[in-house]
Design a protein around this ligand. Structure first.
Ligand code: ARG
Length: 286
């Protein structure tokens, strides 16, 4: 058993070092046969996945920023995808990431950051994945890869209850509040002119500014919109779907092995209904 642990450890270490080469074919075994068994001070749990289950066969070798950990970058001001419950970051993305990490035999660690810095953080190796209700866009695809999509997002328009704005057509010449670095910002700048768009660090601040009358509306993803409207008196969501989008996890272009592993895990979680279960838990049916 010790030997097996040593082998697994050495293989894992090898996998985490680029110098080892990326091909798993490379006979790593001979080298670590020399590793003294007592070196394997590894607790037994390292040999097995936390719950005792083996990682599924199709999840191959991959590396992470910190060995044994799946580091997720998010912006936790985006309920129900990610938000604070006391000191904990919870929500759809947090739960999905938890299951993905488990499938990959990793421990999840969540880092809260400005939304606009997540893609760069994925690119530069600050985090392994960006999971933040993040829309797959052409522009982002130039810098990162995306996993298969796990949810659909809709950009909606929040206005004051007595607003004269009734549809996207009425936004012409109005001041639009958005969250910095989001697709809402991109679309509105394109459609209505950058000078008419005010970007706030997070959605809640944008909504606060709508309440105070600093902007005429807020364009943001539907689910957080619902929760912001619920938390603030006198607001409503227009009955228009401004843009429909796909959410996915961003992964470094350098780490296609992790991308493949995440997609394999995601597929399993989709097939066994776990993803839907999480979505249903947080998203109320209309
Ligand atoms: N779906 C939008 C985008 O990708 C907004 C996402 C904002 N997410 C967040 N966690 N703040 O640009």
């Amino acid at each position: 058993m010790k030997k097996l642990i040593a082998l697994l450890l050495a293989a894992a270490m090898c996998a985490s070092m680029a110098a080892c080469g990326s091909k798993t074919e490379e006979p790593a075994a001979p080298a670590e046969a020399e590793a003294p068994a007592e070196d394997a001070e590894a607790p037994a749990e390292d040999a097995d996945a936390p719950d005792g289950t083996e990682a599924p066969a199709e999840i191959g070798e991959f590396t992470t920023v910190t060995e044994g950990i799946l580091t997720m970058g998010t912006n936790a001001a985006f309920p129900p995808y990610e938000f604070y419950d006391g000191d904990d970051i919870v929500g759809i993305d947090a739960e999905i990431a938890g299951l993905l990490a488990e499938k990959l035999g990793l421990t999840l660690e969540i880092m809260d950051m400005d939304f606009s810095t997540i893609v760069t953080s994925v690119q530069t190796g600050g985090v392994d994945i960006g999971l933040a209700g993040m829309t797959v866009t052409e522009e982002r695809l130039e810098n990162v890869n995306f996993t298969d999509s796990y949810a659909t997002g809709v950009q909606v328009i929040i206005v004051k209850e007595d607003s004269e704005i009734a549809s996207a057509d009425d936004l012409e010449g109005k001041l639009i509040g958005v969250q910095e670095g989001t697709t809402g910002y991109e679309y509105c700048s394109e459609d209505y002119g950058e000078e008419n768009v005010l970007a706030y660090t997070n959605g809640a601040t944008a909504v606060q500014n709508l309440v105070q009358g600093a902007v005429d509306c807020v364009v943001i993803d539907e689910q957080p919109a619902l929760s912001f409207v619920e938390a603030n008196e006198g607001l409503k969501i227009l009955d228009t779907e401004y843009v429909i989008e796909d959410y996915a996890a961003a992964v470094s272009k350098e780490n296609t092995a992790l991308l493949d592993a995440l997609n394999a895990a995601l597929k399993e979680l989709q097939e066994d209904g776990s993803i839907q279960e999480i979505l249903d838990k947080y998203i109320k049916a209309e």
